[in-house]
Design a protein around this ligand. Structure first.
Ligand code: MBD
Ligand code: FE
Length: 280
């Protein structure tokens, strides 16, 4: 995995591009009929928008320039995950049981430090943010606890930045793979993440501004929960009452995925969440 620091705010989106390119993946086996059907539908959508809105030559050329810039600065992973991935997840989730999923987003990094429960995510000595505790159980959809499952968790810091993508944050900060104990339980200490703002100085941010939309995602934790013989769940957890919860720019919130942490009396806000994984 290649990760480089960038001094601009747009650097996070651009770094997501080098990370995406360096990940190993095998392409899908797609028939010409399917390529034709899907690409024809996409092009018909574009053609319909041009006719419906009377798109002009200057607008067409501006769109071309914008598309080129998204590629040149490496924001395609950011753009796709913000504006398209939620529908791919919706289609994938159609037949699935167990805990609701949500989008992966552009800031996952594999192979983070393995921790055994209870644990604290790696953080800086002066890490900002209110202490947050997340505990729960991993089980299959029949209720059987899953010992030795992986709860792979990553989230933004109290300024809304992800380690590995924004400059000046140690690699691995606020990321970890937590193994469940013999009863399938896990307990993780971390800090409250801030809402995430799409970088405003890149082409994705410029489009959002030009359209008069807002560039925010509500504060969230990313999780990937894996257990042998079970379907991996990729999801996110949000916070009750949090800003942007009802208007996520990435449309990736679900009512089942909202935590309501409560102060345990010692200044730690605690929430619990159980994950149910489908066999197979
Ligand atoms: C994020 O933090 C995120 O989770 C998604 C889906 C897109 C952009 C930034
Ligand atoms: Fe995120």
């Amino acid at each position: 995995t290649t990760v480089q620091d960038s001094p601009t705010a747009a650097g996070s989106g651009a770094n997501a591009s080098s990370n995406f390119k360096s990940a190993e993946r095998s392409g899908p086996d797609v028939s010409p009929e399917r390529v034709s059907a899907v690409v024809t539908a996409v092009l018909q959508g574009v053609h319909a928008a041009i006719r419906q809105h009377g798109v002009t030559y200057p607008e067409f050329q501006a769109a071309k320039a914008w598309l080129m810039e998204v590629g040149e600065v490496g924001e395609w992973p950011l753009f796709m995950d913000v504006f398209v991935e939620h529908v791919v997840e919706e289609v994938a989730a159609d037949q699935q049981q167990g805990t609701k999923g949500s989008i992966l987003g552009p800031y996952y990094l594999p192979d983070q430090v393995r921790l055994s429960s209870p644990c604290e995510l790696p953080h800086r000595a002066d890490e900002k943010g209110e202490p947050l505790g997340l505990s729960g159980q991993v089980r299959d959809v029949d209720g059987t606890p899953l010992a030795g499952a992986d709860v792979d968790i990553w989230h933004a810091d109290a300024d809304g930045y992800y380690s590995g993508f924004a400059p000046d944050i140690p690699l691995g900060n606020l990321r970890g793979v937590v193994t469940t104990d013999a009863e399938g339980n896990f307990e993780i200490r971390t800090v409250q993440p801030a809402p995430y703002q799409i970088p405003t100085d890149g082409p994705t941010g410029k489009l959002i501004e030009a359209a008069g939309w807002h560039p925010w995602r509500p504060a969230h934790l990313h999780l990937m929960v894996r257990a042998d013989g079970h379907r991996t769940i990729t999801t996110q957890l949000y916070f009750a009452g949090g800003e942007w919860l009802d208007s996520d720019v990435a449309e990736a919130t679900k009512p089942e995925l909202v935590l309501d942490p409560v102060d345990d009396g010692s200044g730690v806000r605690r929430a619990s969440y159980d994950f149910e994984l489908e066999q197979g």
